[in-house]
Design a protein around this ligand. Structure first.
Ligand code: EPU
Length: 319
C-alpha cells in the first residue's frame, strides 16, 4: 500500500539546499531519502521528505593507476556503475543492479558479491541544517556491515551531497564470492562488462524487481554469532553455511536460517517471504507497512526459537 508525505522537497544543487535552509523552508519533522528502496514506512509521513537531485559528476584527478571522481548524491547508483564499466574503471562492477542512489550508497554501505562500497569511497561531502559543509574522510564514517555514522539518529540533520570515489584503472577483479567466478568463467571471457552482466543475471534469478513486486532487498542483516554458539549449532546443523567474521565471531546467512524455519514462499496476509530468496520480504499486493512488520516479527521469533539467534532488520523502518 502506498504511503503519503505531507511535503516533498527536491533540491538540484547545494546552493538550492542552502537557500531553503536559510529561508526556513525545511521545518521539523523532516526526513531525507535517497531512492527509497531500503525504507519501510509504517504510516503516512506527517512532515517533509527531502530528496537530492544533485546529478553532476566530475573527475577530480586521474593518472594511469586510478581515477578520483566526485559524484552527485542524486545519481541512480546503477547508472554510476554502468558509467564506470563503460570507462574501464574497476571496483564497483560487483555492485551492479543494486537499487537506490549514490548518496544512500554511502549512508548504507551497500554491498554484494564480496565488495562493500566503503572500500571504494575516500570522502563523503555533506551539508547540514545549520548550513555548514563538511567533508568526511572514509575513515571518519564509522563504516561497518550495512552501517555508517550517517545512519545514526544524531546525524539526521546531515545530508550527503556528493560522494568521492577512488577507482582503479588497472585490471583487477573480485570474484571470490560463492559461484561468481564459475559463472563468469562460463561466459568464456573476463572483463568489466561480463562481470556486470553476470551479476545482473544472478540478481535477476534471486531477487525480485521492486518495480514489479514490492520489496526492499534483504529485509534482515546476516547475524554475527560468537564462535562457541556457532560450534554448538554446527553440531546440530553440519551443513549450515557460514563465514568467518573476525574477533571470535561467525556470520550466518539469515536467508538460510529463515528457510530452515519453513518460511520460504509462505505468506501472512498480503505480506510474503520471497520464494527464491528467504531474506527478502515481499508485498504480494496491498500490504501496508504494519503487515510487513508483523511478518518480519513472526520470522524473527521463529528463527530465535529454532536457533537461539536474533536477526535484526537491514531495512530502515520509519515509525
Ligand atoms: N540461502 C539459503 N536460502 C535462502 C537464501 C540464502 O539457504 O533462501 C543461503 C545460500 O544458499 C548461501 C547463503 O545463504 O549459502 C548466502 O546467500 P546469498 O549468496 O544469496 O546471499 P545473502 O547472504 O542471502 C547477501 C546480501 C545481499 C547480497 C548478497 C550477495 C545481506 C543482508 N544481504 O545476501 O544484499 O546481494 O549477499 O552478495 O548482507 C541487500 O542488502 O539488500 C542485498 C540484497
Amino acid at each position: 500500500m502506498k504511503v503519503k508525505a505531507r511535503h516533498w522537497l527536491e533540491y538540484r544543487s547545494e546552493e538550492e539546499l542552502e537557500t531553503w535552509i536559510r529561508e526556513g523552508r525545511i521545518t521539523s519533522p523532516y526526513f531525507h531519502i535517497g531512492g527509497g528502496s531500503n525504507l519501510l514506512f509504517l504510516n503516512d509521513y506527517e512532515g517533509t521528505i527531502l530528496h537530492s537531485a544533485i546529478r553532476d559528476m566530475e573527475i577530480l584527478s586521474e593518472d594511469d593507476a586510478k581515477v578520483l571522481v566526485r559524484v552527485g548524491a542524486g545519481i541512480v547508483w546503477d547508472d554510476f556503475v554502468a558509467i564506470c564499466v563503460e570507462r574501464g574503471w574497476y571496483g564497483v562492477e560487483n555492485l551492479s543492479g543494486i537499487p537506490g542512489e549514490v548518496g544512500a550508497s554511502a549512508v548504507q554501505n551497500i554491498g554484494a558479491y564480496g565488495v562493500e562500497v566503503k572500500d571504494l569511497i575516500y570522502q563523503v561531502e555533506t551539508f547540514n541544517m545549520n548550513g555548514e559543509k563538511k567533508v568526511y574522510e572514509a575513515g571518519q564514517c564509522e563504516y561497518a556491515y550495512r552501517d555508517s555514522l550517517f545512519k545514526k539518529q544524531e546525524m539526521k540533520h546531515v545530508f550527503v551531497t556528493y560522494v568521492r570515489f577512488c577507482l582503479s584503472k588497472q585490471e583487477h577483479y573480485s570474484l571470490g564470492y560463492g559461484t561468481l567466478l564459475q559463472e563468469v568463467q562460463a561466459q568464456g571471457r573476463c572483463d568489466l562488462r561480463t562481470i556486470r552482466e553476470t551479476v545482473l543475471a544472478v540478481r535477476n534469478r534471486k531477487l525480485p524487481d521492486p518495480g514489479q513486486l514490492g520489496n526492499a532487498g534483504s529485509f534482515f542483516k546476516n547475524p554475527l554469532v560468537p564462535q562457541a554458539q556457532f560450534d554448538s549449532l554446527l553440531q546440530i546443523y553440519p551443513n549450515m553455511p557460514h563465514y568467518p567474521a573476525g574477533e571470535g565471531l561467525v556470520k550466518l546467512p539469515a536467508g538460510w536460517l529463515i528457510e530452515q524455519c519453513g518460511w520460504k514462499g509462505k505468506n501472512q496476509g498480503a505480506a510474503g517471504v520471497y520464494e527464491k530468496q528467504a531474506l527478502v520480504l515481499v508485498n504480494r499486493g496491498g500490504a501496508d507497512g504494519r503487515e510487513i512488520m508483523a511478518l518480519a516479527q513472526a520470522v524473527q521469533a521463529s528463527v530465535y526459537r529454532k536457533f537461539g539467534v536474533r536477526i535484526s532488520p537491514e531495512v530502515n523502518v520509519i515509525a
